[in-house]
Design a protein around this ligand. Sequence first.
Ligand code: C5P
Length: 211
Amino acid sequence: MGAGVETLVVGVAGGTGSGKTTLTRALLERCEGPPSVLYHDNYYHRQDELTYAEREKVNYDDLDAFDNDLFVEHLRTLRTGAAVESPVYDFSIHNRSDETTTVEPASVVIVEGILIFAEPRICALLDIKLFVDTDADVRLLRRIKRDVVDRGRTLQSVEEQYLGTVKPMHELYVEPSKRNADIIIPEGGHNIVAMDMILGHIRAGMSSGNR
Ligand code: C5P
């Protein structure tokens, strides 16, 4: 994409296990382009000074856990039509890896994360804000499965983290941030009606340049 071509930035937020990534994938499959994706999760602070045991106990559901300055800078850069080198987060070590990944500019950029609607500087850079709304019991079941099966965590650690930080931070930050959404989508990527409406809106936005 050349300089001067406008970028439409679509924010996808929602609680842990809500189906954000399913919605993002569905948009990736259906949007022309294809879009680029910037994951807020990749911008968790580097924590080399902490031991693994200390990193395990960090509150990862607080906005302060993220390098929001770098995230905002990268999102602004993508909006200007330039590529960025995104950090890559490694959940298995609770730290950033040494790798980076190039996120190319695109006419549609999707931004995904639990807390992106809770940070005014990020909100201000989003043209369309989608909140995936899924019941807490469904989200918790998905979270247990993912953390135990994919991330090698124990049931006890999932329970402690969920009750200690994930649930209280969800109620404090994520749920209220829903008010900043343009569209609230029950069950995200499986909601065909919502998907068609969103795609229509994206296409209209791209062709009019009216954002
Ligand atoms: O994919 P999802 O939206 O669930 O990712 C966000 C979640 O990742 C947060 O709820 C946070 O608790 C979790 N997380 C974690 N361990 C880390 C970093 C984030 O469990 N090291």
